[in-house]
Design a protein around this ligand. Structure first.
Ligand SMILES: [Fe+2]
Length: 387
């Protein structure tokens, strides 16, 4: 197998880069005006009906395509800043977000429920058994679903403090491991067994667990493609009967250790209105811990979008675990019209929180970071659970 050094601009170190200079676009007034006009043209359409045709950007659209090339061939990261959040309602922001995204790719469903925008907000004290993006606290480094080529966040409301988006170039980590631990790098090229979240798996067209190991790294034409997600590996250990060898564990832990080091990661603080786009094949993301508001309606609230980009070469099939077909199936089966609009979603959550407070049934908040950062810890968690 080819384990060549990645020499492209995709290999960068957080300690050596100023994202404001290299990864940021600041909206000009004329661009805001063009986006505003597109929103007026789009009206109150439901999200699947927001397309480059219904959200026309005659001048900024071609610019978006240039940004998409930069995501593919450059640093893999784009932050758009300076959009006047205060002039728009949360629902208008959601439509603007999907409108901009539609010029880059096709939004795909993010879970079995079929939603095209996810609300990234801590509601773990309100809703039982939430997924990672609905819990608080820090997150470990990961890549989102293999069905997603560009993962994106829009900030509706920032945290009281903390909650930075922490990102890292997988290519840079790859190169370091090539120098220091090629034996562990080889383990990552061989990969791991992945298992879907149980609710997604129950609604999936495919078996919940990969039949073969899925390579964390694959190379094609000098490009690295990566898939890694502690949740899927942990489910395989805890529910799928998989045992990771000492070397498997060491390789996973070494990748995380490098990602967590100041030399490699880059922190981006989010301001209201910020939009971040990441190439989900080459950038891992995490977030730092943060201080939040007691009221759900005033908490750190981001919208997340997954985009499939048909104009890019497809992800190597042996690295696809969650597929396009799954996302299309979820959307067709379970999505309800307008379900993602943040105003009604937040109203629903606020009502639930008030009820729980009245009835004194508020749940103990869940922090994602409470789960073990080390792959060795997953085995220990499973063994404890088995008692
Ligand atoms: Fe994520």
């Amino acid at each position: 197998m080819a384990m060549d050094r990645i020499t492209s601009r995709a290999a960068w170190k957080g300690s050596e880069i100023d994202y404001r200079a290299e990864m940021m676009h600041r909206f000009a007034d004329a661009e805001v005006a063009e986006i505003d006009a597109a929103l007026r043209a789009c009206g109150e359409r439901d999200l699947p009906d927001i397309t480059p045709e219904t959200f026309p950007l005659p001048t900024f659209g071609p610019r978006m395509l240039a940004f998409r090339d930069e995501l593919h061939d450059g640093r893999g990261v784009l932050l758009m800043r300076g959009f006047p959040r205060e002039r728009y309602s949360a629902d208008e922001m959601a439509r603007i977000y999907v409108g901009l995204g539609s010029h880059l790719g096709q939004p795909v469903a993010q879970s079995w429920q079929g939603q095209l925008l996810g609300s990234v907000i801590d509601i773990s004290d309100v809703v039982e058994k939430v997924r990672g993006y609905n819990a608080g606290g820090a997150q470990h480094f990961h890549i989102d679903s293999s069905a997603c080529d560009i993962v994106s966040l829009m900030c509706l409301r920032g945290a009281q403090s903390g909650g930075a988006s922490r990102i890292v170039s997988v290519s840079a980590i790859h190169n370091r491991m090539l120098d220091t631990r090629p034996d562990l790098l080889e383990v990552l090229y061989r990969g791991y067994y992945f298992r879907n979240h149980e609710m997604d798996a129950a609604h999936s067209l495919f078996p919940p667990q990969s039949a073969e190991r899925i390579p964390v790294f694959t190379q094609r034409d000098g490009r690295l493609t990566t898939v890694i997600d502690s949740g899927s590996l942990r489910y395989a250990v805890q529910q799928g009967g998989i045992t990771m060898s000492d070397l498997d564990i060491e390789a996973y832990d070494e990748m995380q250790r490098l990602a967590r080091s100041e030399e490699f990661f880059l922190d981006m603080n989010f301001e209201a209105g910020d939009i971040q786009f990441l190439n989900n094949r080459v950038i891992m993301h995490a977030r730092t811990a943060y201080e939040d508001h007691p009221d759900v309606a005033k908490r750190r609230h981001l919208l997340r979008m997954w985009l499939r980009v048909d104009a890019w070469p497809q992800r190597p099939p042996h690295q696809v675990f969650l597929s396009d077909a799954d996302c299309a199936h979820w959307q067709a089966q379970n999505r309800r019209p307008f379900m993602e609009l943040p105003s009604r979603w937040l109203a629903e959550m606020t009502e639930m929180q008030e009820r729980r407070r009245r009835e004194k049934t508020v749940l103990p908040p869940l922090a994602t970071a409470g789960r073990s950062a080390s792959a060795r810890g997953w085995h220990a968690e499973r063994d404890r659970a088995a008692g």
